[in-house]
Design a protein around this ligand. Structure first.
Ligand code: ASP
Ligand code: MG
Length: 439
């Protein structure tokens, strides 16, 4: 059995829902994970925002607009009156539930209930559509098996045992449909796996049932070797190691959510990135084996701030780095890149929320310099230290770009450069020219 996940754009209209149905039925008895229709979760966040601000009118207007969109989709999607009525009934129930929150106090708890409605609606609509087409599709409610523990981490034992029981209940089904993103927490309340979390759902389910493969269907033909928004002629990468995919997902390639990698990697389940618009394209296969030695891809992460702490006291001292890192911990700010010398250390952060406080605290330990509007360029591939020439090639590509930091040796799979925002497009293009052309 496989797990096939379709994102918001893949189910973003009546036609796209039909296309997905045509794609999944011939592929047999698999578990299909769906996101909410595109734009829905954003609208639900907006509705919650209005409710937090007690702007009931704003909330109601947004709810009405969203409901109208769903009614139009239903009108177009189904051919029988019976299916139409059934879908309307489901969708109306969700919207009435959302409306019920306009009358009472509004907290994080209610917000999570609202955010869950998008996936509940898309999966209900797909299941009804498949049944109308004569397919025995069985809905597996994620709220009955997807669960996080007290640390907000997936409770894998629980997920496995509940999901297995559910599947055993419907042995005759032709395929299964379930919601991405939503879950219950350790207290049984409705919760979610964070924005973009449907990929994570797919990977967790894959791990729970020991799936043959997890397929992430989007609207691009796999992970590309550079950012197609800035570089012409990028190509899909056919094979990636999980570690390479994790670096790329984190450092900019939006196609796969970074959390998705770990459950699949630990359970040795291949993840394939495929394109709904071009279902026969090979896509990208992510697995635990290393392909031919090569640099595979380049990605960029924007809005990075570099902080340098220079101190004579660091010379031959121990405990200096701990003190520096502790400040970032106190201010709950993750560090991405690090570069050290004997008298100073540079780090990068992508969250400026506590920058001022961090800088103030760091000044106790040395002279602090801040560079904003920087970009991390991440070069990913077989960069094991004993291989020769790859680092030199990447560096050579950046010979005309001022480089603020370099980080290499943290893993076998990447080398990262910190450059200025205005040099990003030039750097990405030059890397593609040097690394992927004239091979
Ligand atoms: N619908 C959720 C979101 O937009 C989850 C997902 O699509 O992965 O964040
Ligand atoms: Mg996504």
């Amino acid at each position: 059995m496989k797990v096939l996940k379709f994102g918001g754009t893949s189910v973003g209209s009546a036609q796209r829902i039909k296309d997905v149905a045509a794609l999944i039925v011939p592929r047999g008895k698999n578990i299909i994970v769906l996101s909410a229709m595109s734009g829905t979760t954003n609208s639900l966040v907006e509705i919650s925002d209005y409710l937090y601000k007690k702007n009931i009118e704003g909330a109601k207007e947004t709810i009405n607009n969203l409901e109208a969109k769903y009614r139009r989709t239903i009108d177009e999607l189904y051919s029988t009156e019976e299916a139409k009525a059934q879908a309307l009934h489901e969708v109306k129930a969700c919207f009435n539930y959302i409306r019920s929150f306009t009358k009472d106090i509004f907290t994080l708890f209610e917000e999570k209930e609202i955010l869950a409605q998008g996936e509940l609606m898309s999966t209900a609509m797909m299941t009804i559509y498949l049944k109308e087409q004569g397919v025995d599709a069985q809905l597996l409610p994620a709220l009955e098996f997807m669960r996080t523990d007290k640390n907000a981490e997936p409770d894998t034992q629980y997920i496995r045992s509940r999901l297995t029981t559910l599947l055993d209940k419907y042995p005759e089904a032709q395929l299964y449909i379930t919601q991405g993103y939503i879950c219950r927490n350790a207290y049984g309340e409705i919760d979610n796996l964070q924005r973009g979390g449907s990929d994570y759902t797919a990977s967790l389910i894959g791990a729970a049932i020991n799936a043959d493969e997890v397929e992430i269907w989007t609207d691009i033909d796999g992970m590309h070797n550079n950012d197609p928004r800035y570089v012409e002629g990028t190509e899909p990468v056919s094979h990636l190691h999980f570690e390479e995919a994790a670096e790329l997902a984190y450092f900019g390639a939006k196609i796969l959510h970074p959390t998705c990698v770990l459950p699949a990697k630990l359970n040795n389940i291949p993840v394939r990135l495929l394109n709904t618009m071009q279902p026969n394209a090979a896509g990208t296969l992510i697995y635990n084996t290393q392909g031919p030695k090569a640099i595979k891809a380049v990605a960029a992460k924007d809005n990075i701030t570099a902080i340098k702490i220079k101190s004579g006291r660091m010379l031959l001292a121990y405990g200096f780095l701990r003190k520096v890192f502790e400040i970032f911990e106190t201010h709950q700010t993750p560090i991405d890149m690090i570069a050290t010398s004997e008298v100073g250390v540079s780090v990068t952060i992508d969250n400026e929320r506590n920058l001022e406080a961090i800088v103030n605290d760091l000044k106790k330990f040395g002279t602090v310099t801040v560079d904003k509007d920087m970009v991390i360029i991440c070069v990913v591939g077989d960069l094991e230290w004993q291989n020769r020439g790859f680092e030199a090639k990447a560096l050579d590509a950046l010979r005309d770009v001022p480089v603020r930091m370099i980080s290499y040796g943290g893993s076998n799979y990447n080398i990262s450069f910190l450059i200025r925002k205005e040099d990003k497009v030039k750097a990405l293009n030059s890397l593609s020219d040097h690394l992927f052309k004239h091979k």
